[in-house]
Design a protein around this ligand. Sequence first.
Ligand SMILES: *Cc1c(COP(=O)(O)O)cnc(C)c1O
Length: 368
Amino acid sequence: MSRPLNADIDLDALRHNYRLARGLAPHSRTLAVLKADGYGHGAIACARALDGLAPAFAVASLEEAASLRMAGITTPIVLMEGIFEASELGDVEALNLWMAVHSDWQVEALLAYRPAHPIPVWLKVDSGMHRLGFAPHRAEAVWARLAAASAQACDLHLMSHFATADAMEPGYFHQQMAVLSKLAERLDAPLCLANSPATLAWPQAYGAWNRPGVMLYGSDPLEASNATSRQLRPVMTLRSAIIAVQTLAAGEPVGYGGRWKAPRPSRIAVVAGGYGDGYDRHAADGTPVLVAGRRAALVGKVSMDMLTVDITDIPEADIGSEVVLWGRAATGEVLSVDEVARHCDTISYTLLTGVLPRVPRRYHGGAD
Ligand SMILES: *Cc1c(COP(=O)(O)O)cnc(C)c1O
């Protein structure tokens, strides 16, 4: 018998979530963000499952794009941060990629380059995130230079990123939107603005393109979920099993440092799965886990290969019982990665991208 921990990837759920995103914005084209190895799900498998459905993909680096091309993916791919050095332009062209430009040096490199065909370019504007992009007052001049460089750049779009589209307090989102609307009008530019939270909650951000990421994987990024976000389906199920059961007397501790002590005579399940697999060591006592489809509480510190769960109230649970750390149990019961993340003082993005290579990915569904 092999170690029972696996990441089961439901590619039908991925397609469902993609269709949900697309259905919200029927007048936009919706690309699928596949950076960080498809948020930990396996970018190649996700790209294949979405091929023919998504008109484009987006990644964070040339290497990520190259691995998709090597796997035979021919769908357009956007480099959301563009190039990291001028020497990458040859590969951008050879791999037939689209690229964001966010800095003067990228514009200079592009304009000094002689591609056989112009490269589709998305001009990134900093509308308030203050991470990447040109200040709004400079966007017009840069746009004009790119527009005039018809041998180097084509298909210009304006791109920007929201800092607070997930928040219940909409003030800053509206501020960013006001900057962008003004710019778009002056430049008559097609837009690509909406990440997952904006796709779910802010139709006024929809542009020629939308670019959701995490929602495609079934995580709800909104501070307050809405009717659509509640229809998302988890794509990854981090599934394991009980490998041992401890019977403790009241007062006996569990695990490193004895952080948790049994308040009553307790049955404790030892589960294959720990921080050496990417399960967050910050998981607090009480972090939910599904044991045989029923909610139970993680107790004691997570160790590298194992974690411990109080199954006192689940008498039918025993060695070999299914344990779902997040995702969908065999019974159909769902434990959202967002809920687990809250108990780890983090967000779903870190948990999903943090599942380490030691955990086998098993793919299900995904065909037409
Ligand atoms: C990661 C990323 C996205 C997708 O964000 P989600 O919150 O996962 O939808 C969109 N745009 C940019 C620039 C990104 O880096």
